[in-house]
Design a binder for this molecule. Sequence first.
Ligand code: URA
Length: 234
Amino acid sequence: MNLESILFSQGFGSRRQCRALVADARVAVDGAVCTDPLAPFEPVGLTFSVDGEAWPYHERAYLALNKPAGYECSRDPQHHLSVFHLLPAQFAARGVQCVGRLDQDTTGLLLLSDDGQFVHAFTSPKRKVPKLYVATTRHPLDDAQLTALRTGVLLHGEREPVAAVDARARSEHELELSVLEGKYHQVKRMIAAAGNRCEGLHRERIGGLTLPADLAPGAWRWLGAAELEALRQG
Ligand code: URA
């Protein structure tokens, strides 16, 4: 694959912009500046740099972000900044999307990808991927609420009750809850339907992938094959 195409595929701008980046001696491969946009390279495993900043080639982007509060999972946010403000611009340019949405005030594990099939598979209601949340509740948790969450609560506007795969109290005001669906404000609505109120929500795990402990709020990282495999477990 030639260098211009490699840059283009990774979101470094239009073909013309990518060609200019190379011609202007701003791109290096293996530490050597390359000014020929048509120079061929094997892209798999390649790390190039643009203006001295290293960029590993990935045919598809699979990312984990530790979403902080106050960011919307939309490219076109209404009231807050977009989570895309936390990522290099190359990702939006190559069509990376959020895999499902977290509310602006929800924190924790958010996946993003430009692999349409992956995004679809993980957001489809048919694909029952458990998502583990930790909620802070306004009122003390009690057994009746936990039983209601586990056996099913009827959400406003829904016909069928929705149940948590698991719901347990971590402390008097801290609820651990695992759900398979991804309905609008689902966890907050479930907690309200069980007679309590959600005052803070954090997503800790999707499938078998736990939010990495070393990923600070607002930080992101590429997901490797082992993490993608963990996601499919659960
Ligand atoms: N359920 C909610 O209510 N909000 C989220 O952000 C995620 C799940």
